[in-house]
Design a protein around this ligand. Sequence first.
Ligand code: ADP
Ligand code: MG
Length: 421
Amino acid sequence: MAFLGNGYCSSGSEGEDEDEGMEGYRKGGYHAARPGDRFAGGRFVAQRKLGWGNFSTVWLAYDTLLNRFVALKIQKSARDYAQAALHEIELLSAIAKGDPTNSKNVVQLLDHFKHAGPNGHHVCLVTEFLGDSLLRLIRYNRNKGIGLSRVKEICRSVLVGLDYLHRELGIIHTDLKPENVLLVSTINPSKDPVRSGFTPILERTVSNQYSGSVISFSEKMLKMRARRAVAKISLRRESLGGVAAEMEKERSLDGISLKCKIVDFGNACWGSQQLAGEIQTRQYRAPEVIIGAGYSYSADMWSFACMAFELATGEVLFAPKTCQGCSEDEDHLALMMETLGKMPKKIASSGTRSKDYFDRHGDLKRIRRLKFWPLERLLVQRYNFTEPDAQGLADFLRPILDFTPENRPTAAACLKNPWLN
Ligand code: ADP
Ligand code: MG
């Protein structure tokens, strides 16, 4: 059930190098935690912020009862967010119950409680501490693609998780994307509190201001602006042919463990109870969702394929934009057809919004001339894959990117694909 509707599913940088901003820290919004803050009657002590999403901030915390580090997800406090968190707890409880050995590559819920703060009552989820997201891995590698053997290893991990969710539990994740798959270990060992021998903070000290930094709010804002400006400049540089990126030192991915787990069940739903309506973050959204034709487990498979492509190339597969006289949805459908061929008429006409986008021949009404650029050719010409590599990856992805949801292979079927093994 996508509780909060489309507007709340963010795209791009959530939880990554940009800050969550200050606006979210208000009544009904985020809780401003500081290192040393205690939760659940003092049991969990906040250490540092790990990430954020549109629903929550997530902190590294120390569990003083069991003497271990955990992740503490502190939800925004407004009613809808609280409800989404309770729903997430329901799903994560089922997930943990069905996987007592914690081997299905889905994050484990350890505890949950409510925390009262100046901005309201925040539902908090305690989960196992995990490492960096796949988005960070892609960026760490300077968006170059991480190599096919690594892609395959990550795909296997994610598919084990998806197969468990879909087949054993009947859960559709509905927001699969690189931010929502976390490596089990951190990329940088010094960021791992256990491997780095980090001594837990147990008291709040005077210098522990908001977010754990020792700088003031206004300094923080200035720093944030400066960082955004730098990000913009480097984006521009990339569009100038990636010269600057070329000049930077290669980073090795050797030695980084690629075991990963699926997180963020804030939008997940039971397969039997899904509501119509928009799900998924834009770039990972399945065609049936765009045209309003309902969705099932196979919508997660679509997002999975988009993610696998992104791991392999460092770039999103579909990045739709609003164009002159057409909407983002139409551009998205056009991009899909340019890569995957024409959508079957039967499918194109099957949604509640079909008539907005397609004419009676099953052609897009407002985008007439499509430039067909199939997956394999894209991989060779744009991303410099060798022919056999491009063919292997394209042959793996194409069936998962079938416009007809029922034709897509299940996670279990993908796991049997020889390309992965
Ligand atoms: P939201 O529902 O607000 O999107 P998520 O569950 O996706 O929240 O968490 C937001 C971010 O916090 C993630 O993208 C990740 O960077 C970080 N995070 C979440 N869970 C963990 C965890 N168990 N260990 C480490 N970091 C985490
Ligand atoms: Mg998230």
